[in-house]
Write a protein that binds this ligand. Sequence first.
Ligand SMILES: [Zn+2]
Length: 289
Amino acid sequence: MKRCLSCAALFSGDKFVCPDCGHAPEWKEGFPSFAPGAVLEKDGFPVEAFENLFEIEDGSFWFRARNSLISWALDRFFPNCSNFFEVGCGTGYVLSGLARRRPDLTLAGSDLYFHALRLASKRLGNAVDLYQMDAADIPFEAEFDVIGAFDVLEHIEDDEAVLAQLCRTASSGGGVIVTVPQHMRLWGEIDVISGHKRRYSVEALNGKFKKAGLSSIYHTSFVTFLLPAVFLSRLYGECSLDRARRSLILPRPLDAALEALMAVERRLILAGVRLLWGSSLLMVGKKRR
Ligand SMILES: [Zn+2]
C-alpha cells in the first residue's frame, strides 16, 4: 500500500495521488520527491562523496564482498521475496548487484539526496523505481517483502524511528536486512568525518530491532579477518576522507587478495560459523505479526 504523508490514508494503485486529500509528491529532477525540503535541513553527504563512491565501488573488494553477503542473506532468509526496497540506496551499487543476481526481483530504491539518485539512475536505468524521501517518513505501508538499509542507520540521529518505518514498510511475513559499522572500540576520526552518530553492538541493534517490531533472526559480523588492519589504522593512521577512499581502492593484486580473504570469511558464514568480531555487522529481522 501507499501511505499519504499528508493525511496518513492508505491506498493502492500506480499513482501517488491520495484519494482522500488529493496530496501528491512533487516531481523534482525526474524523481517523485516526498521530502524536497529535508535535503536542505540535513547536513550530510557532499556531492563529491557520492561521486567518489560511484567511481570506486566497482573496483573495491569491500563493496563487492558486501554485495555478495547481502545477496546470500536475502536468498537464505527470504526465499520467497518477490520485491525489495533499499532505503538510502546511494549510488545504486547494491541494487545493481541484486538486479544482476536476481532478475526475478522487482526492485525499488530511495535516497534523501538528489545527486545520489541521479547516479543511481545512471547506473540502473529505468529498471528500478527511485524515490527521493526521508527514511523517517516513508510513503509506503506493508508494500515490500524485504527492506534493506546498508550502512545507513549509523548516519541517522533517531535510528529507532527509522527502523520502525522500515518494519512498517515490510509486508506481513517479510522483514529487514541491515548492515552497520560495529564496535564502539573502533570509533575513530573516520567515523566523525563520515558523519556517523555511533557504531553498534549486537545487543544494541537487537534491542532497537525489538522496539521497532522486528524479531532478529540472524546476525553475523563481517570484515573479520581484516579487523586487525582496521584497528591498527585507527590507532596509528592520520585520517582523512581521501585516505579512507584510498583504503577502499587498492592496486588490483591487493584488491583481489583482500576479496579472496573476504570470500573465505563468507564461506565460513555460509557454513554456519557465527563470526563474533568484525568491523561490520549484518542483522536480519522478521516483522512480528
Ligand atoms: Zn491524503
